[in-house]
Design a protein around this ligand. Structure first.
Ligand code: BTN
Length: 261
């Protein structure tokens, strides 16, 4: 993959008109922060990351010539409190692109993991900077394991790639632009209400482990319950002995009690 081929493959309306390509960088989310004066829709892509980051301070394995590491810079005129919902909008987009480009039916593990056969094939890291109470920018970092043939020992049980699930290698360029094309459509829908009311049915159908037992690893108050989909705010609904609790994505992680999902 090189910058010229990448630019030639662009099939989006407004995303990626401004494109930043790096053979190597620490993290495309960091690049987007460093160039946050760039325009709404600017896309940052790298062939490899030396400090790829995940949610909750985790790292994201980002070897050379293998996966997709990209960050979308947005300057949305929405309430700051609604911005984390964009993670769910992005998950829908990645899942759709994987189906279109590879014919693989992935599921979603709330809020931000794309899952194939119980293992994670993509993660999303959304970050935001405020100016007073309004949004200066939102950056959405997407990491897709495309042609990985193996993973570091510590994530081997929970990570997979499109290659490992299908035995086929994929060109990353169509996947990149299909993801962004799908995002443009879902984003337009999201903007109408700034919530998931028009998208939650689709999202819920794609959720892995419906009705399954999940553990909510909240630092203050961990609890278990049954996964009961999401609400229009994009929160996970968990059925507990004391009724349904709505969980927001912030600093928590969810584990299936009988496996990763
Ligand atoms: C997660 O699984 O917790 C989120 C992983 C997000 C990884 C992507 S790769 C591109 C962008 N740059 C980063 O450092 N992280 C995101």
């Amino acid at each position: 993959m090189n910058e010229k081929e990448l630019k030639q493959g662009r099939s989006t309306g407004w995303i990626g008109k401004q494109l930043f390509w790096f053979e190597e960088t620490d993290s495309t989310n960091n690049e987007a922060k460093r160039s946050s004066g760039a325009e709404h829709g600017a896309l940052f892509l790298a062939d490899c990351q030396t400090g790829g980051r995940g949610r909750l301070g985790r790292s994201f394995s980002s070897p050379h010539d293998t996966g997709i590491y990209m960050t979308l810079l947005l300057k949305p005129k929405i309430q700051a409190g609604n911005a984390s919902r964009l993670t769910l909008v992005t998950a829908l987009s990645v899942r759709k692109a994987i189906l279109t480009c590879c014919g693989l039916k992935a599921g979603i593990k709330w809020p931000n993991d794309i899952i194939l056969r119980g293992k994670k094939v993509c993660g999303i890291l959304t970050e935001m900077r405020l100016l007073g109470s309004s949004i200066e920018y939102v950056i959405i970092g997407i990491g897709i394991n495309v042609n990985n043939t193996e993973f570091p020992a510590e994530i081997r049980e929970v990570a997979t790639s499109l290659y490992l699930e299908s035995g086929k290698r994929y060109d990353r360029i169509p996947l990149i632009w299909e993801t962004m094309r799908a995002f443009e459509t879902y984003y337009e829908t999201f903007l109408q209400t700034e919530d998931l009311s028009e998208l939650m049915e689709e999202y819920q159908e794609l959720m892995v482990n419906p009705g399954g037992k999940v553990e909510i690893m909240d630092k203050e108050e961990p609890f278990t319950g049954l996964s009961r989909g999401i609400n229009k705010e994009g929160e996970l609904l968990v059925e507990t002995e004391n009724g349904i609790k709505a969980v927001s994505s912030g600093e928590i992680s969810v584990r299936g009690v009988y496996g990763y999902v």
